[in-house]
Design a binder for this molecule. Structure first.
Ligand code: COA
Length: 391
């Protein structure tokens, strides 16, 4: 039978690159009826995993043709209730694609199984993956066939960058942190956040990480003291920025005609009536770059305002960026029903209110009870650290 002929092997950069890119193009992932963002890996199919501590890409080959791919990465994160010290090794499954002509022949399943075997050989405790909740094929494969359980539904928030810079309130101070200072604050204030990466220092030191900033109200604290002596202002917020556009680009896929018309006419109005100062809608139909805001944390009664100011600051960074990354949108992902949603400016049209995260315990002994707690007792509203390397 035909489905016995394919073989699963490791990706080989030189010889497989072109075929993998072609496969990606033929497998655009997204709901057919609505607007979605398509990724362009710019000749480097493993760009989405190569910054992780350990990674693997597998391909399925049939008669010298690549008909499927999958990627995986491994790291150590905080998982509540997992001994010792709430740290667990997790394997992230991403980029599963099977050529449309070869689906329902068990190729997707073989790729997932082989990746899980690699995770197990590396002593991974949990495998997890994220998908659109409307992607029935993917949800059925992972949940029904492989026993993954719904874990979280964080929201992906997307905001366009326009040419006008925001005026940040003169009462608010925004300061850049040194990497060591940022690592200290993250470990102290977000260290117990679900999925907080134990190698946060590697993320902050990566060249794609553009920096970490804090915002606080002027006069609330002398800047030099921030955090280091245990003192923080009553209200404060912090976030870091990752230049995702440096490694891959996005473009709008399958945009409905009405959206195209709306965008074009907006441009026209903007051109004719510049004095109206309407926000410009960027060109989303050609590949463009984006910044990913990660590690968004806030504390205090007025910290929502500070989060908004930091987002405006990042927007202005994007608007002023002259590099090749061509930043046209700012993206972030926050825990489901998180109050942060109200403070982070975003467009509903481009955002995804519920990204479905599913998880599976790979070790049977000892971890099962903990796993049950993780998937049933963890409140879905609890903050989640979304690793910029996995975007
Ligand atoms: C999802 C995808 C990888 C599945 O690949 P595949 O090779 O067809 O999967 P398999 O043949 O191994 O199917 C395994 C199981 O997945 C489920 N499944 C696969 N396609 C399905 C579909 N169209 N509808 C419902 N369930 C489906 C079924 O449970 C199936 O088991 P069954 O055949 O015994 O009923 C493929 O459809 C694809 O590339 N889709 C586009 C990219 C994508 O959505 N990737 C997932 C992103 S996380």
């Amino acid at each position: 039978m035909e489905f016995n002929k394919f073989r699963i092997r490791s990706y080989e950069g030189q010889s497989d690159r072109a075929q993998v890119e072609d496969l990606e193009r033929r497998c655009e992932v997204g709901p057919s009826e609505s607007v979605f963002l398509f990724t362009d890996t710019m000749g480097d199919p493993i760009c989405r995993i190569r910054n992780s501590p350990m990674y693997m890409m597998l391909v399925a080959e049939l008669d010298n043709e690549l008909v499927g791919v999958i990627q995986g990465s491994i790291k150590v994160v905080t998982v509540h209730g997992h001994p010792p010290k709430d740290l667990a090794k997790v394997g992230y499954v991403l980029g599963l694609r099977v050529s449309p002509q070869h689906r329902r022949k068990g190729i997707g399943s073989s790729l997932v199984r082989t990746l899980e075997e690699w995770f197990t050989s590396k002593d991974v405790d949990y495998a997890y993956m994220a998908t659109e909740k409307d992607n029935h094929a993917s949800v059925s494969l992972f949940m029904d066939k492989f026993g993954y359980t719904k874990f979280r539904t964080p929201a992906i928030l997307v905001n366009p960058v326009n040419h006008h810079c925001f005026q940040i309130s003169p009462n608010i101070e925004i300061a850049r942190l040194k990497i060591d200072q940022a690592e200290y604050l993250y470990r102290r204030f977000m260290g117990s956040t679900e999925f907080f990466p134990n190698d946060i220092g590697n993320i902050l030191r990566n060249k794609l990480s553009l920096g970490t900033w804090v915002a606080y109200f002027k006069g609330d604290i002398a800047w030099g003291d921030f955090g280091s002596d245990g003192q923080v202002p009553n209200s404060w917020a912090m976030l870091s920025v990752w230049n995702s556009g440096e490694i891959f680009k996005l473009r709008l896929g399958k945009a409905p005609f009405s959206c195209l018309v709306c965008t074009k006419s907006w441009w026209l109005i903007h051109k004719i009536f510049p004095c109206l100062k309407l926000p410009t809608i960027p060109d989303f139909f050609n590949p463009f770059g984006f910044y990913f805001m990660y590690g968004v944390h806030h504390e205090g009664p007025f910290s929502g305002k500070l989060v908004r100011a930091l987002c405006q600051f990042v927007h202005n960074m994007g608007a002023e960026s002259k590099d090749e990354s061509n930043c046209r949108i700012i993206v972030t992902e926050v825990g489901g029903r998180d109050e942060l949603n109200h403070h982070i400016p975003h467009w509903k049209l481009l955002s995804c209110p519920e990204d479905l995260w599913c998880i599976k315990a790979l070790k049977n002994e000892g971890t099962n009870n903990k796993f049950h707690e993780l998937t049933t007792k963890t409140p879905p509203t609890r903050a989640l650290f979304v690793d910029p390397r996995e975007v």
